[in-house]
Design a protein around this ligand. Structure first.
Ligand SMILES: Nc1ncnc2c1ncn2[C@@H]1O[C@H](COP(=O)(O)OP(=O)(O)OP(=O)(O)O)[C@@H](O)[C@H]1O
Ligand SMILES: [Mg+2]
Length: 393
């Protein structure tokens, strides 16, 4: 999917206010009516049409009619802009370079941060296939809403970032996590190639053992990667492996843990046999080798990616799998998220008071919805990273 980061420079403060208002409104509405956009953005309803028309032209939002009203919804490009704006305000993304990966469920770009160091931006695109056609995955949302690619993509990014942080802190070979907002994560750019692209290796047995040790070490820490294969293992020039891509990771206490563990082991055995003609009688077994000694699974849950988030994501991935669209996962608990009602959320009204009218590229890159001048008492950050203001009761 295209990511036209340069065009962001031509976004006005009001354009961003309208985008953010639609994002917030989407939590309670499939299609957000103009009156709500006006209320949430604190822009006069008379003037709002101009911005809406402009955003539709730029393909950042789309209009849709219900039997009762015409309203608007974000499309991926609009969501990308909101995330990039926040990441750029924080200095994690200053410029976007080449696309280096187009996954089934992600787009990956090389970027540079304010420190001029290159890094990787991964935009999660969960459900880009399924939500286009399937309108019946209503379990994750209020009954009157269709499922949201936005919500699931954000959960997926939150999960990947939470796992990457915990694994990195505990010395596992994973990219260094840098930042996360909405459906995006920023991480270290690795100088390594996917195992899938490596035709020959000097000592396949050495890499094979390292990978099996990694599976076992993860399990001893309470975790199973769940998609441990030649696509998600990168290898440095010195032959050392690095593990990427964690949205399907599960705890060793998951009901199907043994199945996932064995599948990870089998992926490596099969690949080494097929690609390098390497076979070993030695391979780890869940019952013998996966005794948990540490509790990284618990630590991840404590890091902000909750058990409920995990359940919702697993449940969604499972339903996608049933549709033949995505990875495996299981779920036994599917609570609905408690969404704040419209009345509870009021857009932070000094969102851009210093920036009004500015269309200069520099300003557009640095203004943000997390204005630090806001009255701290009255401001909360939602899990999207947006500033929201709750009415005092
Ligand atoms: N931190 C990184 N440094 C360098 N390259 C990376 C990094 N992260 C991802 N890549 C590249 O992007 C590809 C896809 O990344 P990832 O597996 O995270 O996404 P994905 O959505 O699962 O994609 P796919 O469906 O192709 O597996 C990797 O195979 C790798 O080539
Ligand atoms: Mg992958």
């Amino acid at each position: 999917m295209k990511l036209d980061a340069k065009a962001m420079r031509y976004m006005s403060t009001e354009d961003f206010r309208v985008l953010t208002a639609i994002e917030i409104g989407s939590r309670n509405h499939d299609i957000v009516p103009a009156t709500l956009i006006s209320q949430l953005s604190h822009l006069r309803s008379g003037g709002i049409n101009k911005f809406i028309t402009d955003l539709i032209k730029r393909k950042l939002i789309a209009s849709e009619s219900t039997s009762k009203y015409v309203g608007y919804k974000l499309v991926y490009a609009g969501y990308d802009y909101l995330a990039l704006k926040t990441l750029s305000k924080r200095g994690s993304v200053a410029s976007v370079g080449n696309q280096i990966g187009v996954g089934k469920e992600s787009d990956i770009f090389v970027i540079a941060g304010d420190n001029e160091e290159q890094a990787v931006l991964k935009l999660h695109r969960l459900g880009r296939l399924s939500f286009r056609n399937v309108k019946n995955k209503r379990d994750y949302f209020r009954p009157d809403q269709s499922p949201s690619w936005m919500y699931m993509s954000r959960l997926s990014a939150m999960k990947e970032f939470a796992f990457m942080q915990v694994l990195h802190q505990h010395g596992f070979p994973v990219p260094k996590p840098i930042d996360q907002n909405r459906h995006c994560i920023v991480m270290e750019l690795l100088d390594a190639h996917p195992l899938r692209q490596i035709e020959k290796i000097g000592e396949p047995g050495k890499l094979y053992s390292e990978l099996m040790d990694l599976i076992v070490r993860l399990a001893k820490h309470g975790l199973i990667h769940g998609d441990f294969n030649e696509f998600n293992i990168l290898v440095r020039d010195d032959g050392s492996p690095i593990l990427i891509d964690f949205p399907q990771m599960v705890s060793t206490s998951h009901a199907n843990a043994e199945f996932y563990f064995n599948r990870d082991v089998d992926c490596i055995r099969t690949f080494f046999k097929r690609r390098y003609g390497y076979e070993s009688v030695l391979y780890p077994k869940f019952a013998l080798d996966a005794n948990k000694e540490f509790d990284l699974d618990v630590q991840v849950a404590a890091s902000g990616f909750t058990k409920k988030d995990q359940s919702q994501l697993e449940s969604f991935l499972e339903s996608e799998q049933a549709d033949g669209l995505a990875h495996n996962n299981d779920d036994d608990d599917n609570e609905e998220e408690e969404l704040p009602s419209d009345e509870e959320i009021v857009y932070a009204d000094d969102y851009d008071k210093d920036e009004a009218g500015s269309r200069d590229s520099k300003d557009a890159d640095t203004e943000d919805d997390e204005d630090q001048d806001d009255d701290e008492d009255n401001i909360e950050y939602d899990r999207l990273g947006n500033t929201i203001r709750r009415k005092r009761t």
